[in-house]
Design a protein around this ligand. Sequence first.
Ligand code: 6XA
Ligand code: ZN
Length: 356
Amino acid sequence: MVILPDGLHQGESRVKVVFSEEHRQHFPQAELWMGEFVTPFERPSRMEYVLRRLKQRGFNDIIAPGRLDMKPVRKLHDRGYLTFLRTAWDQWIAEGGRGEIIPTSFPMRRMQQRVPRHIDGKAGYYTLATETAITAGTWAAAQASAAVALTAQGLVAGGQAAAFALCRPPGHHAATDMYGGYCFLNNAAIAAQAFIDGGAERVAILDVDFHHGNGTQDIFYRRSDVLFCSLHGRPQDAFPYFLGYKDEVGAGEGEGFNVNYPMPPETGFDVWGRALDDACRRIRRYRPDALVVSLGVDAFKEDPISFFRLESEDFRTCGARIAGLKRPTLFVMEGGYAIEAIGLNTVNVLEGFLGG
Ligand code: 6XA
Ligand code: ZN
């Protein structure tokens, strides 16, 4: 039997998975993509592909989340923002909304940053991108997704070496008071906060999703108790476009605790892997009590909305390098849209982590 970091035994103890069927309540019909309304890339069936592969590979310990503890959520997200998410659909319907909520006006340069009363304006105030529609069940699904993250976090805080929060909708673009990029509540950030609230002094978040984790960066930008490292498509060319540069290093107390690795189109594992190694070195030096991995697999070469060139096997190497950090580790699902391959790529990270 191979003894893995921090008490994981290969073949004996697989990573526990937390998952909720409630994600289905969020199923927008349309996403505005290059001038057309298309079926959203972030769709419920993504979860089926991941679950199928998990089960095929023996990850059978799949549990439902407990009730959502709003305490860490309220610590990180703005109160008005949470009220907006909870009430948006009803207000939209009451004010004549017919389809899904897609705002049309935004508080841009030199305009007022005051929350309007009208739902179109309010949604415009709280969003960072219009591809993400809000539907009747969005708030329920977002809460369930955060509950998935917190339940998995509880397993790790309780002594499990690792757990996988199979979250949908994803979270890393959700800022203190903004939704977008398919995200509403920042699941990884909420889990990191829960580690801190449970007594951790330092938590590292490693974001390997193709897109910059602007929301996570925003939430922890002035804090030194959470180190944030993000590998992503450079903002000149990739969503979310307006954050994710190398010179964003944190501010105040948080200076030096935000590390961005923006990379150009066509980046393959040679360059991406070096960035990962650098992030791992920084995380090791930081000596976190726990590690949260924002696990998107859209760095894959066939992802339809991304431009890196990772192969499926590279995700295994990625998992192995994360295991090398020897920290209690929580994996939190983010993006990945090459639908047939997201199961394989996600499970490869977990298997690489387990040493297989
Ligand atoms: C919008 C692209 C949203 C990307 C969402 C994502 N055109 N984030 O995968 O990780
Ligand atoms: Zn992504």
